[in-house]
Design a protein around this ligand. Structure first.
Ligand code: NDP
Length: 448
């Protein structure tokens, strides 16, 4: 899909020029602008209020030094980031990514996406993202703690329960959130819900661990039902074997799907009998091992090096749950050729623009990340709510709220796609629904 509106084209050019070394950020802005064309034509007041110029510029971006000491006493320095993108509808909210690939452009694309995703959840949360190029892989618990404490020592100056509430993302799980929370509490001498994804004994929400993966399947189930089908009996590919992938697998299996493949950043496993999820959990969650260890137990399963090959396995449904741009145009064509009818995104921006064009051109049901994976941040919003009320809901209560939120997100995508003349294009529906709420708030609050 190409943008034709002259105003959007001009603003996109200016955004590209200003952020020329941030390809992922430009990719995310281009995708949103593509969907917004009909809105801009019907709402010149939003253009006049400068909403779009403002929405592509973060309110604030913070970069800082993170010094830490390894177990041999050697000093290291990483770079920390927090991009506070938009606070029009609530306190900044978004995860912290710890991965060697992290740079400002990646954090900005994630923060930009987060604005619309958080808006879709129906909860009052603004958009932000943070992280560091620190690689947690192979580090001892002590080194992880040392890094997390140093990271939070600086970050604590800029966040707060009513200002900015970070959470987990790639490389940041319960262990890292625990260390960061402890350091924040020590520095500020206050116990507040400043991070989500906390452990259950100290203010975490039940069902937060499962939320993104479960939410992805709740959204996908709605999308399938709206198109007269279901998970039952379908063959499913899931990339990744981290937090999102594991709980997407669990829910998809509970809906009667057969998940035949999962992966990590080294390679993928194919088990034609269906993935043994207890074993994957044992390897990845308990031992922090590699996915290839799966074939040591299941001898008739296959392990292949490299990540792309997973998309060559025939399937009905693909759930990319690893990282950005993991399905390119070529992989998308192979998926379609092999009969894949549904792609629903657990990871953030896992499909390249060429891949999305391929889905849309071939009638593949496409659940875009900012809608399909919003269950994680939605449940983080529910965690904030419980912390503020000094209450803890049961697993069932949180899960039911999550389920209802995912249903309402699908409804918003479906209805807005229809209203703006693009029925079935849930990407457009998600971008429009997420944008309009934030844009109205920005217009009402004046040129700030
Ligand atoms: P985890 O760190 O728990 O797992 C990430 C998984 O993806 C691992 O299997 C990892 O493999 C794999 N992976 C990471 N980087 C790459 C890469 N460059 N190439 C191939 N595989 C890779 O992260 P999450 O499960 O939390 O996050 C996965 C995705 O979901 C991310 O895009 C994240 O932004 C998104 N997301 C997460 C949410 C959450 O609540 N956790 C909420 C919404 C979105 P390895 O073990 O080898 O590193």
């Amino acid at each position: 899909m190409a943008i034709k509106n002259a105003y959007l084209l001009d603003l996109l050019e200016r955004t590209k020029k200003r952020n020329s070394n941030e390809p992922e950020f430009i990719q995310a802005v281009t995708e949103v602008f593509t969907s917004l064309e009909p809105v801009i034509e019907q709402r010149p007041d939003l253009v006049d209020a400068g909403v779009l110029e403002r929405i592509v510029e973060p309110e604030r971006q913070i970069m800082f030094r993170v010094p830490w000491i390894d177990d041999n006493g050697k000093p290291h320095v990483n770079r920390g980031y927090r991009v506070q993108f938009n606070s029009a509808i609530g306190p900044y909210k978004g995860g912290i990514r710890l991965h060697p690939s992290v740079n400002l452009g990646i954090i900005k694309f994630l923060g930009f996406e987060q604005i619309f995703k958080n808006s879709l959840t129906t909860l009052p949360m603004g958009g932000a993202k943070g992280g560091s190029d620190f690689d947690p892989k192979g580090k001892s618990d002590n080194e992880i703690m040392n890094f997390c404490q140093s990271f939070m020592t600086e970050l604590s100056k800029y966040i707060g329960a009513d200002c900015d509430v970070p959470a987990g993302d790639i490389g940041t799980g319960a262990r890292e959130i625990g260390f960061m929370f402890g350091q924040y509490k020590k520095i500020r001498n206050e116990w507040v819900g400043v991070l989500t994804g906390k452990g259950i004994p100290y203010g975490g929400s039940l069902a937060r661990t499962e939320a993104t993966g479960f939410g992805l399947c709740y959204f996908t189930k709605e999308m399938l039902a709206a198109n007269g089908t279901s998970f039952d009996g379908k063959t499913v590919l899931i990339s990744g074997s981290g937090n999102v992938a594991i709980y997407a697998c669990q829910k998809a299996q509970s809906y009667g799907a057969k998940v035949v493949a999962m992966s990590d950043s080294n390679g993928y496993i194919y088990d034609k009998n269906g993935i043994d999820l207890d074993l994957v959990k044992q390897i990845k969650e308990v031992r922090r091992g590699r996915i290839k260890e799966y074939v040591d137990v299941h001898k008739d399963a296959e392990y292949h090096e490299g990540c792309k090959g997973i998309w060559t396995i025939p399937c009905d449904i693909a759930l990319p749950c690893a990282t950005q741009n993991e399905i390119d145009g070529e992989s998308a064509k192979i998926l379609v050729k092999n009969g894949c009818k549904v792609v629903s995104e657990g990871a953030n921006m896992p499909s390249t623009p060429e891949a999305i064009d391929t889905y849309l051109a071939n009638g593949v049901l496409y659940g875009p990340a900012k809608a399909a994976n919003a269950g994680g941040v939605a449940t983080s919003g529910l965690e904030m709510c419980q912390n503020s009320m000094r209450l803890a809901w049961t697993f069932e209560e949180v899960d039911e709220k999550l389920h209802n939120i995912m249903k309402s997100i699908f409804k918003a995508c479906d209805e807005n796609a229809k209203k703006y003349g693009m029925p079935g294009n849930y990407m457009a529906g998600a971008n429009i629904a997420g944008f309009i709420k934030v844009a109205e708030a920005m217009k009402a609050q004046g040129n700030v």
